[in-house]
Every structure is written in structure tokens, then in C-alpha cells.
Design a protein around this ligand. Sequence first.
Ligand code: NAP
Length: 367
Amino acid sequence: MKNVGFIGWRGMVGSVLMDRMRQENDFEGLNATFFTTSQAGQPGPDGAPLQDAHDLPSLMKMDILLSCQGGDYTKAVHPGLREAGWKGYWVDAASALRMSKSSIVVLDPVNRKLIDEGLENGIRDFIGGNCTVSLMLMGLQGLYEQDLVEWTTSMTYQSASGAGAKNMKELVSQMAELGDAGRYLASDPAAEVLELDRLISAKLNDGSLPIDQFGAPLAASLIPWIDSAMDCGRTREEWKGMAETNRILGTEAHPIPVDGQCVRVGAMRCHSQAITLKLKKDVPLEEIEALIKGANEWVEFVPNQKADTLARLTPAAVSGTLKVPVGRLRKMIMGPEYLTCFTVGDQLLWGAAEPVRRMLLILLGRI
Ligand code: NAP
């Protein structure tokens, strides 16, 4: 039986991972040890005392370590483990090792071949990808797999959960305060809507909303900046689009251009993306639809109709599920090779916890 150590299991991604593993009975047939950076000795989820996540000898007893703890922890612990000769498998949700030559970015429905080749070649670090990249690839796998895509632009609508648990709470607090400010006018049929608008605009700008996490109101607004600044005016989140897409697809030698703007919106835990694709040739829409539908068991094709879109292609409809719907598909007026579509996915499931959970199952020989 393999010894598997879990670090970061009580954080947001870790909790979703734990839920999925309990749901699917994944803990059966493995020896789980739970580590912590802050609560060593306290009882863990299995009742046993939590181990110190910085204690290398304890970590080195594990065949597999799965971390949802964060990049700083990875940077603090992973090099020491390898230098000390630890030969186990490191599976991680953080971005710290994604660009390392000795790692593979995992999204097994899309790149199982790369993962299997990596395992044969002695790769031991398997890292989950950026949430928007993983969700885009789950939705459009069929088109990339057929080498149909010349370039991609993704304009994102990213949820509060992507920024962390405190940010989710801040969004709801902002919503509650705006609701309180406007309630008496919103419920009065005779009230002037412009008065309501003035009230809400004033509340958004009077400095009273909690903005410690986001730095600006997100409720009733949006924030067109995610993560830190990079070269050429891009944010790090935007940079990841091209870097990680090609890393997951194994196309780094001849990278497919991916670029766009990443925007935070007031959704709770689903990221959405409006995507423009330039195809390498004119492919009939029915063929494109069939390729999208047939790529994996989680993608769902949503007909480009209002009723279907409202019922199936929104964060509200997708949140908490493994579905990755793709809809609003049509050719654009720029020409028959230009395609637009919209996709939604739960960024804590396929965007974070599920790829690392499945990598664990691959290492355990279960899938
Ligand atoms: P998080 O919620 O901040 O949790 C990280 C750690 O914080 C926990 O494991 C826990 O470690 C500690 N912690 C301190 N106070 C806590 C509390 N009250 N409740 C729960 N945990 C607490 O981090 P996360 O959002 O899950 O992200 C973890 C990693 O995954 C990051 O590298 C992130 O970039 C990456 N990732 C995140 C997302 C996302 O959507 N959030 C998506 C993809 C990848 P101890 O038990 O050791 O104290």
C-alpha cells in the first residue's frame, strides 16, 4: 500500500480535493498522512495527529506527496527533499514548478500521453495547471487535438474563488452592503431607478465597502487585472495562457499563440471565457461541434440558443459540477476560419483539485 502525504488539505483547493476523494472512496487502499504548516500535533481529518509539513524526514517516508499548500511552501520544501535524495512523486496544485524542466503540467484527459511518457522517463514532479488554461483545454480539446488552431484569444470572466477564500467572503460582504444600501428603493415599485443607481454608485465610491483583498469593489463592478505585471503589458495570469497551454499540449517547440485579457468578475467559483479562435482552415460548424463534443466525457456542447445558454452556460448552472459546457459557437464575420465560443467551468474542480486528484489515481494505477 502506498504512503501518501497530504499538505494543504484544509485550504480551499485542498478541501475540494478532500471532498472529491471521499466522494469517490479514493482513500481506500492507501496509507494517508496529513501534514500542516501551522497545527502540528492537533488531530487531522482521520483523527491522527497532524505532522509538521516542514519536517523533511517525515515527508521523505512518503511514496507520494500531494500539496495544495501554495508556491511558497513548494519553494521552501521541494528542493530540500530532492537534494536529500527523496525519490517519491510530488503532485502539486501551486504554480512554482510548472515551468521546471523536470516537471509535467497535468491535465490527463488532454495530455495523458505526455504523463505516461514522463513516468516512463523518470519524471517525478506532476503539477496542476492554471485554472483558466485547464478549463479552456477541457472545453476545446477536440480542436487542439486535431491541430486545427492557428491562434487563440481568451477574454476571461474569472470568479472570486480564484483569488482565495478571503476574497470570496469579501465579495459577499460587498454584495450584502450594496443590497442593504439599495433595499428600500429596489423593493419600492414607485421609486425612481436613477435614484437607486445614484445610491449604489455613491456606495461603490464612498470608500465604505470592504476592499482589503481585491483593492476595489468587485460587486456591481469588475476588475480587469489579475496577478502581477509582466512584460509587454501583460499580467502574469495572461502570460500563463500561452506558456501553460503549450506546455500541457507538448507544443512548446512550435507554440500556438494564446493571448487575451483576464478579468475578475463577481462570480463565486466558476471561471468563464469568451474565446476567439483562428483555425488553420475552414471547417464546417457541424464538424467543429462534433470534435468539441467527442473530446472527453466532461465537455458539454450547448446549442447557440438563448434558452439553452441561460439554462446551461452560466456560472450558476455549472458551479460545483465537473461539467465543462461550450456554447455560443459560431463563425465570425472576419472570415470562415474565425470562430467564437463561450465556455464555463468550476475553477476549484477541473480548474484546480481534479487534475491533481486524477494524477494521484494515475500514480496509484487506478486510472
Ligand atoms: P488557501 O485556501 O489559502 O490554503 C492554503 C493553506 O492555508 C491551508 O492549507 C492551511 O495550511 C492554511 N490556512 C491558514 N488558515 C486557514 C484557514 N482558516 N482555513 C483553511 N486553511 C488555512 O489556498 P488555496 O486557495 O487552496 O490555494 C492553494 C494553492 O493552490 C496555491 O498555490 C494556489 O495558487 C493554487 N491554486 C489555487 C487555485 C484557486 O482557485 N484558489 C486554483 C489553482 C491553483 P495549514 O493547514 O498548513 O495551516
